[in-house]
Design a protein around this ligand. Structure first.
Ligand code: GLA
Length: 777
């Protein structure tokens, strides 16, 4: 709810209050952001008190020696008026200076959300506050939009600059958010990484000066995700004050956190000013991307829950919103570029037998794409691989009983391609310099209308012809040369590219709402809220090693729900880490996302196939809870454990993945804590999992009644057809006992194997199913 009281603006969500006020000179002061205030609480009490003159300050008004902008908690700020902190704007004004003074002009409270003209935005908000600021000297306006999403405890912010004068201005920086918070000994948490090691959570203290979280690759990037947290020093998963920020944008982003000498912490977030320069002519306006923020005093799980609900309710849209996503088989890691129709149909038939629902044909089906040096851009079917064409192949897949999905990388081109030979001008390159390549490819110039039209036409015709129901949209290199013949001002390049991308996605997918889009960018190079407005799920990482995925999916879970994460079971040893992990652990990790398989089923043993069929059936039974349940990161005092839990909406069922990274000798007992359930009696049981006897190696003598060569023919044959059951535990107890933690059976420590010993070892895991007593079957 938005309440205006004189010169103060109060935005309430179900559990939070955000309070702003206008000062006597018309600047916007940030008063408060935190837990919901009492109805009577207002600015007088909650504002920072200003009663002394601070030495070394520049006064806004020489008559008023306690009004220095530098010493205030502001909601917006300028250059050249005495505030020396990072300003949300840098405009070259009509007088050639960079000095601005934006003060309150008017406000309005609008129903619902105000749609954006150029970019995707959140939808379904409750109310929007518009505060209009005007520069004191020129008719330049900044419209600040605040939308409240009450139930999800999220407030979004964005800015629109309008030039109502008669000369152009140059925008060198325009943020979507600026806000000052009194320091709480904040720690900043960011998701950083690179290819196959995306989204690792890093923590650093917010100290004096500026900390930047940004990307410059042309995408939101795998280096630094736009999302970040500010948390009080003692905050943990369940307790403490946490602010979460994210941005609905897929291009270069930029956030700063700056602690001033007055111990105020400024947060700015917006488009990266790096190589950015926008000429705003008279009568024109410039929209900044929408940023979202949330607060919780219930620790990191608190802000995660807000952000998860917000994404599922207000970002993801279309036919797949809150819809259970199909279990897929992707042929990439099974075949790479080396396949023919026979191989593909065999994989599809094998997948169908295991209960899989969707077949995804990845890279290599078009042009001369037999390796990654050629063919990109030529989306006509390779007749050597699919002799009867795409429609006939897709029909064969559907005849097998699977839906059909297809991979594209529409924003790129190989120099060795028909597209490049006939239209070299479609690629981004400078006339007087050699091109720099990434994965042997150039980026297509999405600033050009003819390029956007080409992509829309090419992709759409195949989608319609083959009745494709799923698309994997890839983007496999960073942008380097920011130059387009379509632009007069190259400082607009990066942003215009993203606007071009959004236009293309709109034109292709809006008329085809039945298609499930999964965005990908060498894995998680574009895991952001902008892409999620089009693509309900995103390929998390090319790294499917479950132990690496524990870090990656944990990192993403701070901001993004399980329904957004494409997660696959692939082969072991893993193709990037050489790590050997059990099929059970690979499945247990992938379960906490949109499940897929990415391996060649024909090489699996009969026992492994049975195992996968059981996994698929189990996932289908609990799919809704895995994809949409309330997700908790459960604290463990042991550093070699990762524990994830997801709880059904009615709080009657929970699923817990209990993962051990490196085993320790004589491991002490483990506890299983289950939280978030309704009050009552529950039964907890272990998901039965297979224990492959090959795992025992020379230790087989402890298990087998006769002597066997651990590497002999008999052992290998038996391993293909026979396995042992891993320890299964069952307990009945109250939700209170579960929240306190149930001691589990002990782990194997070399003193014998029997059915009450948990056989985890390195990279072992168990899945626990916790169900309210009356629903337990
Ligand atoms: C990228 C993707 C992979 C796969 C390959 C195909 O690396 O992340 O999943 O689609 O491209 O070339």
């Amino acid at each position: 709810m938005i309440t205006i009281d004189g010169t103060s603006f109060r935005l309430d969500t179900d559990c939070t209050t955000y309070l702003i006020s206008q000062t006597k000179y018309g600047h916007l002061e940030h008063i408060y952001y935190g837990n919901l205030l009492g109805k009577e609480d207002g600015v007088d009490v909650l504002a920072q008190k200003r009663s002394i003159m601070v030495g070394s300050s520049v006064l806004y008004n020489s008559e008023d020696d306690i009004y220095s902008l530098d010493a205030m908690c502001l909601e917006w700020s300028d250059n050249g008026r005495g505030d020396y902190r990072h300003s949300p704007t840098e405009f070259k004004m009509p007088d050639g200076s960079f000095v601005t003074d934006f003060i309150y002009e008017s406000h309005e409270v609008l129903a619902g959300t105000v749609a954006m003209e150029t970019m995707p935005a959140a939808y379904g908000g409750d109310q929007t506050l518009l505060i209009v600021l005007k520069d004191k000297a020129y008719p330049i306006f900044i419209d600040l939009y605040y939308t409240v999403f009450e139930q999800t405890n999220v407030i979004s912010r964005r800015a629109v600059v309008r030039n109502e004068g008669n000369v152009p201005i140059t925008i060198r920086r325009i943020m979507s958010i600026s806000m000052d918070l009194p320091d709480e000994c904040f720690q900043m948490y960011t998701l950083d990484g690179g290819w196959i090691k995306e989204a690792s959570l890093h923590k650093r203290p917010v100290s004096y000066g500026v900390t930047v979280n940004s990307s410059t690759t042309g995408a939101s990037s795998n280096r630094h995700n736009p999302a970040f947290l500010l948390a009080e020093a003692d905050a943990n998963e369940d307790y403490g004050s946490v602010y979460a920020f994210n941005m609905i944008y897929s291009g270069n982003h930029y956030s700063i956190v700056e602690k001033s000498e007055r111990d105020y912490v400024r947060v700015c977030m917006g488009i990266n000013p790096h190589l950015f320069e926008w000429i705003l002519s008279p009568e024109e306006k410039f929209e900044t991307p929408e940023c979202v923020m949330s607060y919780s005093s219930h620790g990191f799980n608190g802000t995660s829950h807000n952000m998860h609900d917000f994404i599922n309710e207000h970002i993801v849209r279309g036919d797949y919103k809150k819809k259970e996503r199909p279990i897929l088989i992707n042929n990439w890691e099974a075949h790479f570029f080396d396949f023919n129709e026979g191989k593909l149909l065999r994989l599809a038939k094998d997948a169908k037998k295991l209960g899989i629902e969707l077949f995804v044909l990845d890279d290599g089906w078009f042009g001369d794409r037999n390796h990654d040096k050629a063919g990109l851009g030529d989306y006509r079917v390779n007749p050597k691989k699919l002799p009867d064409g795409m429609k006939a192949f897709a029909d064969k897949i559907r005849d097998i009983g699977l839906d059909f999905g297809l991979w594209f990388e529409p924003e790129m081109v190989n120099e060795d391609s028909e597209l490049y030979r006939s239209h070299p001008e479609y690629a981004i390159k400078l006339p007087n310099r050699h091109s720099v390549l990434g994965r042997n490819q150039l980026v297509l110039d999405l600033c050009k209308k003819e390029v956007r039209d080409y992509i829309v036409e090419q992709v759409s015709s195949i989608l319609d012809e083959a009745k494709v129901s799923y698309v994997k949209w890839d983007m496999n290199r960073h942008i380097a040369e920011t130059f387009s013949e379509a632009l007069k001002n190259q400082g607009e390049f990066y942003h215009r590219y993203i606007l071009g991308l959004y236009e293309v996605l709109n034109r292709i997918f809006e008329p085809r709402p039945h298609i499930l889009l999964e965005s990908c960018s060498s894995g998680g190079n574009r895991f952001d809220l902008g892409m999620l407005c089009y693509s309900p799920q995103i390929w998390v990482s090319d790294d499917t090693d479950p132990i690496e995925r524990l870090k990656i999916q944990t990192g993403l879970s701070y901001f993004y729900p399980q329904s957004t994460m494409g997660a696959h079971v692939s082969q072991a040893p893993h193709q990037q880490t050489l790590r050997e992990t059990s099929l059970a652990t690979r499945f247990h990790v992938a379960c906490f996302g949109c499940l897929g398989y990415e391996l060649d089923i024909k090489y699996l043993s009969p026992e492994q196939k049975k195992d996968i069929a059981e996994q698929v059936a189990f996932y289908k039974q609990y799919r809704k809870i895995f994809q949409y349940g309330r997700f908790y990161r459960i604290k463990s005092y042991k550093s070699n454990k990762v524990i994830w839990e997801t709880v059904s909406e009615d709080k009657e069922t929970a699923l817990t993945g209990f993962f051990q990274t490196l085993a320790t000798a004589a491991e002490s007992s483990d506890k299983l804590k289950v939280i978030g359930l309704k009050k009552g009696m529950f039964t907890l049981r272990t998901r039965p999992q297979k224990l492959y006897i090959q795992r025992f190696g020379g230790l087989i003598k402890h298990v087998a009644p006769v002597e066997l060569n651990p590497d002999g023919v008999i052992m290998r044959a038996v391993n293909r057809h026979y396995s042992l059951r891993d320890c299964v535990e069952t307990y009945t107890c109250s939700s209170e006992a579960l929240a306190a933690g149930i001691p589990l059976c002990e782990q194997f420590i070399g003193t014998g194997y029997h059915e009450s010993v948990r056989m985890l070892g390195d990279f072992g895991s168990n899945m626990y199913i916790i169900e309210a007593e009356d629903t337990f079957l």
